[in-house]
Design a protein around this ligand. Sequence first.
Ligand code: KDG
Length: 358
Amino acid sequence: MTRFLLSTLTFASAATLGLGMAHAQTPDLSEPPAIDGEVVEDHGSHTIRMGIGLAESSPQYISSQYFADILEERSEGRLTVDIFPNSQLGDDVQMMEMLQTGTLDMSYPSSSPATTYVPELAAFDLPFLLPTREAAVAVMQSDVAQSMLDSFDGTGIKALAFSENGYRQLSNSVRPVETPEDVGGLDMGGLTIRTMENPVHLSIWETLGANPTPMAFGELFSAMEQGVVDGQENPWSTILTSNFYEVQEYGSETRHVYTPFILMMSERTWDSLDPAYQELVQEAARQSAEYEIQLATEYDDWSRNQLEERGLEINRLSDEQVAAFQEAVQPVYEEWAPQIGEDLVSEIQAIAEETTSN
Ligand code: KDG
């Protein structure tokens, strides 16, 4: 039933966007955990509007639907969540501004554009900081991460939970990329790469000799289709579920940055909820974030294989090739770690190392 519903939604979304024939875009997914916990007593009815950037087949949407189901079931239908996918209400930056003014109730941006509110989040943008998913999850569940969420207090945004956007991979329509020189081009000219709106990401691609172009996610498909940019970087699941493979030829498994998502609510909406509802929202956020991480894990390699089947030529880089990228972007660390805070970066590295050595 769940799967049937998902493929129907996938088809509907691709058709609405005019993106061509839809394929079944979900792997064999874990069912969401059973909804338990008590029904929260009646404190009035609320409809919560949530805007997200990604498509209905993405782990982000599917887990947001689970969040909605938890609220609805445990409030006996008094709390409902309407989810608006595909950046239809705006991009990450615009939707965070809407949360501040209270014109939108919830959003689910990447941490990278949220650094304007909490600069420490930029630690996550440092290239090759989190070597494994286990390390990334340990950091996202640590006190360091909780204090980043707490730092949103007073900004107009209530940050509820971290989850996984994932390891970012490069795609482009010009040439296969196996070395940093393939990005910067030397005599070939650097690739024009769309980035998120984040200074560390700009610095990564400038350092590699590319022409980085920050742009809203919702504009990216047509920018690539029209050749405004040569490429972009996102997890395989996003390259698949947003149909980027239709306008890109080459992929490279660079894993250069692990990006978290942050599930957030407008502080105005939060303040309008009874404390019992607030507790339910916080609990549902944590549960759905955990489910999102599980889905994202299930999607990752599966999406890469699907992309290959659909004609994207993917270079699975060797450890040595990845190390060459890591070395090439070392100046990004030197420039940014002191600004982000050496202690914070070391603390994150220590959590990552502990997880990796266990
Ligand atoms: O909902 C999240 C998306 O809007 C966005 O964060 C996806 O990683 C992303 C990007 O590249 O903009």
